[in-house]
Design a binder for this molecule. Structure first.
Ligand SMILES: [Fe+2]
Ligand SMILES: [Fe+2]
Length: 294
């Protein structure tokens, strides 16, 4: 089975919005956008990214969160337009979870803008889809609206929910891969910052380690990598990076991942597909898995 993993498309809209000015992120976010994000996420690259994904022959397509930048209705609407051809091609084989930017403020969550415009996105705290007989995809949703920071939070509720899905999968004798938005393990050259990390990551890593799924897929940190961590030595951690960001570092510049989840229970043919600025092509190359020390 060939899987495609992408994320962090970050559709943004500069439209001023006179709402929630008491929410620090509602004015810190636009300042950040003006200074940095608008250049980092050129709108034209979004469409090119979707077109590049559309050309792939994957059996299952996974999006690990951050459709939008501010959880604005206009952003969700544009994300729904962009993803429509992917839904048309893959139907229920296109599977996605929210990122922290899709639950940006309490008001956006209460208004259920994500559910309204992208009703097919899985918003439960944990869930399982049996992709083919014997092989489960388990999703976990750690994103919560926070006043200033961009952390994920491992709550008791989420831990209980994901543990239950993992043990039910194991009880059925199935193999599993897990998809979340946040990393619990990072390479030493890309440490997570205090304001972006998954709060309670050690507890989540323990649950993963005990269940030993074949892979943990995530994004959030806009860097592509594949690593094996001592926290969960039998699980390959895959970060797809951003599909639509520009950067001089190829690991951070737009791209996505594909891999095969084969009969031998291993992740194989791990491939990074990188956007080339000069040609506009999306170029595949093998992605080695690095072993990181604690
Ligand atoms: Fe992101
Ligand atoms: Fe994120």
């Amino acid at each position: 089975m060939k899987l495609l993993h992408f994320g962090d498309i970050h559709v943004w809209d500069r439209t001023p919005y006179p709402i929630e000015w008491y929410y620090p992120k509602r004015w810190l976010g636009p300042i950040n956008l003006l200074i940095r994000r608008a250049k980092r996420f050129p709108p034209a690259l979004r469409q090119q990214a979707v077109d590049a994904v559309l050309q792939q022959d994957a059996d299952v397509v996974l999006f690990s969160g951050d459709f939008t930048n501010f959880s604005l209705e206009s952003e969700f609407r544009e994300a729904a337009r962009l993803f429509a051809p992917l839904r048309e091609k893959w139907g229920d084989r296109l599977i996605a979870i929210p990122g922290n930017h899709d639950v940006y403020t309490g008001r956006s969550v209460r208004r259920q803008l994500l559910e309204k415009h992208l009703p097919w996105v899985r918003t439960e705290r944990a869930w399982t889809v049996e992709l083919v007989p014997g092989r489960d995809l388990i999703g976990v949703h750690h994103a919560v609206p926070l006043w200033v920071r961009s952390n994920g939070v491992v709550t008791e509720e989420t831990q209980a929910a994901v543990s239950q899905e993992l043990s039910a999968s194991r009880d059925r004798g199935n193999r599993a891969i897990v998809m979340g938005h946040f990393a619990y393990a990072t390479p030493p050259e890309h440490p997570e910052t205090a304001e972006h990390r998954l709060i309670g990551e050690e507890a989540f890593a323990k649950v993963i380690s005990e269940a030993s799924p074949d892979a943990y897929l995530h994004g959030h940190k806009h860097v592509r990598w594949a690593l094996r961590s001592p926290l969960s030595p039998t699980t390959v951690c895959l970060n797809c990076g951003s599909v639509s960001m520009t950067h001089s570092d190829p690991d951070k510049h737009a791209g996505f991942l594909t891999f095969t989840w084969g009969n031998d229970d291993e992740i194989s043919h791990l491939t990074r597909i990188d956007h080339r600025v000069e040609s506009g092509d999306w170029v595949p190359s093998p992605l080695p898995v690095s072993d990181v020390a604690l």
